[in-house]
Design a protein around this ligand. Structure first.
Ligand code: CTP
Ligand code: CA
Length: 226
């Protein structure tokens, strides 16, 4: 509960958080993106600041003001988000990847606005984006690295496989097949999974959930030998 929220648990610590969608340009006026609101990442940034951390919020395009005492770095594409994430990564104690990164981007950005052709079918070629959280988790020194897994089925199984595949310390799984909570909603219910523990948190506002997540993350960070 909010009362159990201990301020000061992250005093002296630096936390990097990615948030929001990325935008992958096709031409000067078009892009591929997704409906991520950025609410979860911004709520985590606020909660981390209240816990005493210095916070760098690496954000794709969203409609949320910069929280007080948060340093926001605005980016558009996944490649820009990766670059901003790796900059000064040596100063980062805890990295939280809350962004909905586009998995693919157009293979090339057309210099001029693409014209409508005479063909009914238009093909767009895409190339895989870098995996930001996996790159961070495989760098050295490695911060305590936390990912999210938004799944529509086999939620815990997929989340566990991402925890391992990306070399994460913790993954926060949520079921986005439930239309009442998750992705673009104000409420969320999640399960925290590490190599040695699984813990479900009840449905709550994203802000309340953020406080609880920051407490769990800081507790696990402190108990992890490094
Ligand atoms: N992530 C990332 N960079 C990417 C893709 C994902 O940092 N290029 C991060 C997300 O911010 C999230 C975690 O990885 O913390 C899981 O993202 P998700 O989209 O669920 O995983 P993917 O590996 O992209 O797998 P898929 O979309 O196929 O489920
Ligand atoms: Ca993905």
């Amino acid at each position: 509960t909010a009362e159990q929220f201990q301020s000061g648990s992250l005093t002296g610590k630096t936390v990097f958080i990615t948030a929001g969608p990325t935008r992958e340009a096709m031409d000067p006026v078009r892009y591929i993106s997704n409906h991520s609101s950025g609410k979860m990442g911004y709520a985590l940034a606020e909660a981390a600041v209240e816990a005493g951390a210095k916070v760098k919020l690496i954000s794709g395009p969203v409609n949320i003001p910069v929280p007080e005492r948060v340093e926001r770095v605005s980016v558009e594409s996944a490649e820009e988000m990766l670059e901003a994430s790796m900059l000064d990564l040596g100063l980062c104690d805890i990295f939280i990847a809350a962004a909905a990164v586009a998995d693919y981007r157009p293979t090339a950005i057309a210099e001029h606005k693409i014209k409508k052709g005479s063909e009914e079918i238009m093909e767009l070629h895409l190339v895989k984006n870098p995996d930001i959280v996996a790159t961070v988790a495989n760098s050295s020194p490695k911060p305590f690295t936390v990912g999210f897994a938004a799944e529509t089925k086999d939620v815990l199984e997929y989340a566990r496989s991402k925890l391992e595949r990306k070399n994460l310390d913790l993954i926060i799984a949520n079921d986005v097949s439930r239309s009442d909570i998750g992705f673009n909603s104000d409420e969320n219910a999640v399960t925290l999974i590490s190599a040695s523990s699984t813990e479900s948190l009840p449905q709550a506002s994203k802000r309340q959930l953020a406080n609880r997540l920051i407490e769990r993350i800081s507790a696990q960070y402190k108990s992890t030998a490094r």
